[in-house]
Design a protein around this ligand. Structure first.
Ligand code: S3P
Length: 441
């Protein structure tokens, strides 16, 4: 685990008032798609070439895990991986713990994928990941026949190999693509059918990608079903730009007067774009241009221009479709005229940080009135003041407060930003290139 080194590597930023934001940006590749492309590529027969791969710490951690499991992965160029698949039963025992770093997606999906192997594995993570709930995956996997030791539901996870898994029909109590994906990946190794039903549809990248790799799967919004016993066939994957990374620029350009930004080839999977709708409800001016398909996913260019935002009662139905975008939305709400009410978002409390608490605390430090509720917050918008806030080692919290600094009266000091590299390497350079004034403190 990396607690001590986290402290040694701490990075702080100062984000000063600036703008307008202008130009054309390509944000890095999608984190969810990059993880899954590595995983299915590794289990496939043949070589899969991934383009647009996210060079983030989370996805690199997953690549390193597969290298430990005996999969050869080449990097022909930055943002590319050539995965030499070993087939469904070709992974080898690692012999030492597999470090998922900060990545909940990596750990939860790997738990499903490794539960049906012939060998034991141990999954560990950093300080933040070691606090995140894993029972949501271990409990249904144990119903399938897996045996997994946890530290009272938290990592490290020790998976016992040589178990015989049976498919189940699972009505998930949480709307979580990670839970669904973990069960589907275990389902590849199970007797009979595995079916997952969700309380609200979540991102369907695992389902789409399994189909692209030739595995028969039946899925629709809110449910997915497959049987074990087939083969994954290598295929090339084009990863779209990550909507969750574009989100910071959608909010920033909406807030900074005079802004006019074009974000290129952003993935617009409908289970990811709740923030687009939320910002439009708040008065944002965002155009979706040149909609097209790329690698089986909808992508488009997004043109965002400054517009005065106003507070809204956020429709609860949007919550699962923007679950990673709430830190950015909190900042938009703080700068908007009037009150924004968020409900039905208790999942935010178990992300890389408790994002309701960390965003509320940071906004209060900037003079914004925020009332926390168990499943959301009420944010009285208007002006954002200056001050020092904590990033809490949470990449999206840190980037959101960098956006706040852009419109704060004298700027914002954001402490503990190192983990931004987990999902958005090059954020500072890209932000400064379009008009931010963001510097290491
Ligand atoms: C992800 C699913 C979401 C999301 C995470 C990535 C995925 O988590 O917050 O950043 O790639 O499946 P949950 O499925 O736990 O909601």
């Amino acid at each position: 685990m990396s607690g001590a080194s986290d402290a040694a590597w701490r990075l702080d930023w100062i984000s000063r008032p600036a703008g307008p934001l202008r130009g054309t940006l390509a944000v890095p590749g999608d984190k969810s798609v990059s993880h899954r492309a590595l995983m299915l590529g590794a289990l496939a027969e043949g070589d899969s070439h991934i383009r647009g791969f996210l060079e983030g710490e989370d996805t690199r951690a997953t690549a390193a895990v597969f290298a430990q499991l005996g999969v050869s992965i080449e990097t022909p160029a930055p943002g590319e991986r050539l995965v030499h698949g070993v087939g469904l039963h070709g992974l080898r025992a690692a012999g030492r713990p597999l470090d998922c770093g900060n990545a909940g997606t990596g750990m939860r999906l790997l738990t499903g994928l490794l539960a049906g192997q012939a060998f034991d594995s141990t999954l560990v993570g950093d300080e933040s990941l070691s606090r995140r709930p894993m029972r949501r995956v271990t409990e249904p996997l144990e119903r399938m026949g897996a045996r997994i030791d946890t530290r009272e539901g938290l990592p490290p996870l020790h998976l016992h190999g040589g178990r015989r898994l049976e498919g189940i029909r699972y009505e998930s109590p949480v709307a979580s693509a990670q839970v669904k994906s973990a069960l589907l990946l275990a389902g590849l190794y199970s007797q009979g059918e595995t079916e997952v039903l969700e309380p609200h549809p979540t991102r369907d990248y695992t389902e789409r990608m399994l189909a692209a790799f030739g595995w028969p799967i039946d899925f629709a919004p809110g449910r997915a079903r497959l049987a074990g016993g087939y083969t994954l066939h290598a295929t090339d994957v084009q990863v779209p730009a990550d909507f969750s990374s574009a989100a910071f620029f959608l909010v920033a350009a909406s807030l900074a007067p005079g802004s006019d930004l074009l974000l290129r080839a952003v993935g617009l999977n409908p289970r990811r774009t709740g923030l687009l709708q939320a910002l439009r409800l708040m008065g944002a001016d965002i155009e979706v241009l040149d909609e097209r398909a790329s690698g089986g996913e909808p992508v488009a260019d997004l043109r965002v221009r400054h517009a005065p935002l106003h507070g809204v009662e956020l429709p609860e139905a949007l919550v699962p479709d923007m679950i990673d975008e709430f830190p950015a939305l909190f900042v938009a709400a703080a700068a908007a005229r009037g009150t924004t009410v968020i409900r039905g978002a208790a999942e935010l409390r178990v992300k890389e940080s408790d994002r309701i608490a960390t965003m509320a605390a940071g906004l209060r430090a900037l003079g914004v009135t925020v009332q926390e509720t168990p499943d959301g917050a009420e944010i009285a918008g208007g002006t954002v003041g200056s001050g020092t806030v904590q990033g809490h080692g949470d990449h999206r919290v840190a980037m959101s407060f960098a956006v706040a600094g852009l419109v704060a009266d004298e700027g914002v000091r954001v402490e503990d930003c190192r983990n931004v590299a987990t999902s958005f390497p090059g954020f500072v350079e890209l932000a400064n290139g379009c008009g931010f004034a963001l510097a290491e403190a």
